[in-house]
Design a protein around this ligand. Structure first.
Ligand SMILES: [Zn+2]
Length: 123
């Protein structure tokens, strides 16, 4: 359990019985408790952005490499759909073949995937 989950459990546990039984909860107490709680959550979020808390559960990060030369500057053959709202091309499918590599200038290479070492500072 990460720190944020601990904090959420703490929030759920606060006056849990009273909330469960629909009993009155003292508003002043609740506000005072919440003010203190949110400050601690803010501190935790400032230390580690929410996006990094999922990193432990995430799949190992991989990157495509040219199967001919091992280069990283590869270009995938893909299908893109125009997103009229965002005004950008959105990649909807990466084809199985037809990729190219800028490093060795091959035009029909396979992409091999390798695990990328975890970046420093990444939780
Ligand atoms: Zn290559």
């Amino acid at each position: 359990m990460n720190t944020l989950e601990v904090m959420l459990n703490e929030a759920l546990a606060y006056q849990a019985e009273a909330f469960k039984r629909d009993e009155p909860v003292d508003g002043a107490d609740l506000v005072e408790w919440f003010a203190e709680w949110r400050e601690r959550v803010q501190t935790i979020l400032a230390d580690s952005p929410v996006t990094s808390t999922d990193a432990d559960d995430a799949q190992p990060r991989t990157m495509p490499l040219c199967s001919a030369c091992g280069g990283e500057n590869v270009c995938a053959d893909a299908a893109a759909r125009w997103d009229a709202e965002a005004k950008v091309w959105e990649v909807v499918n990466i084809f199985d073949k037809g990729h190219s590599c800028d490093d060795c200038e091959s035009s029909d290479v396979r992409l091999d995937w390798r695990e990328e070492e975890k970046r420093a500072g990444f939780l």
